[in-house]
Design a protein around this ligand. Structure first.
Ligand code: HPA
Length: 265
């Protein structure tokens, strides 16, 4: 039991979240859908990393989507903030210790595909960990050899597709390639990413997927496409653009996740 889990259990009383959700930059709109929210700033949670990226709030919000109890992590820390791929270990372990079974991860990403423009929502079907880092480096037991063949849970993936269908929201599907950041990719790196089978590129999520599998959580993930990747248009990329564009796809992704969770039988 982490100290943060003890503290949270005290705060949440009988509310026992079954789903965890990690919200990326500019994707905060799902928070407004959480009923009877209990808000806990990361600063009050022992061991939770307080991030430095603008557009990331840094609080845990527990409550209900429909009748289903959830814990939303609004804001994450990234590998590029401190060079530590393990930065999200305490938050993810804490979700596990308070009883969460499934973790849904979201992010903003650049599209490598001409047919997936900004504003699209993409279900992450698989990933390529291109940064060379791994959060399990240094774990001193055979538990570190986590299988990644079925990292993205098939049943959750199907439910995400069904939720999008019911809402009539187009949902792309693809491979997310993790670059360390914080500089954006070069046009040559994006051509490489395409050749290697990536559909979208970004700076987060993959270490969290690995940690979640380490802790035995089921995982689903989705990207909001905020821009075409480097070199695909004449434009330079910026974090400002990510923040401005994220709410467009973000609202539709929030609707899909709400439908996915609240419709649970
Ligand atoms: N590259 C990496 N990360 C990103 C991008 C991108 O083009 N857009 C949003 N996050």
């Amino acid at each position: 039991m982490t100290a943060a889990a003890e503290f949270l259990k005290g705060k949440l009383g009988t509310l026992a979240p079954r789903y965890g959700i990690v919200l990326g930059s500019g994707l905060g709109s799902l928070i407004d859908a959480v009923a009877d929210p209990v808000r806990v700033p990361y600063a009050e949670l022992p061991g939770f990393p307080v991030g430095s990226v603008s557009g990331h709030a840094g609080e845990l919000v527990a409550g209900r989507l429909g009748d289903v109890p959830v814990a939303v992590l609004s804001g994450r820390v990234h590998f590029y903030e401190r060079g530590d791929a393990n930065a999200m270990r305490v938050p993810i372990e804490t979700l596990k210790r308070i009883g969460v079974e499934s973790l849904i991860l979201t992010n903003s990403a650049g599209s490598v595909r001409e047919d997936m423009p900004p504003g699209s929502v993409m279900r992450i079907a698989d990933h390529i960990a291109f940064s060379g880092a791994n959060p399990l480096i240094g774990v001193d037991s055979d538990d570190r050899f986590v299988g990644m063949t079925n990292a993205y849970d098939a049943a959750l993936a199907e439910r995400m597709e069904e939720a999008a269908d019911r809402l009539g929201i187009p949902l792309a599907r693809g491979v997310y390639m993790w670059f360390s950041g914080p500089s954006f990719e070069t046009p040559a790196e994006i051509r490489m990413a395409r050749v290697l089978g990536a559909d979208a590129v970004g700076m987060s999520t993959v270490p969290e997927v690995i940690l979640a599998r380490f802790f035995g959580l089921r995982v689903a993930a989705a990207s909001v496409i905020t821009n075409f990747a480097a070199g695909m248009t004449g434009a330079e990329l910026s974090h400002q653009e990510t923040k401005e564009m994220a709410p467009f796809g973000g609202q539709r992704l929030a609707a899909i996740l709400k439908e996915l969770i609240a419709s649970e039988g």
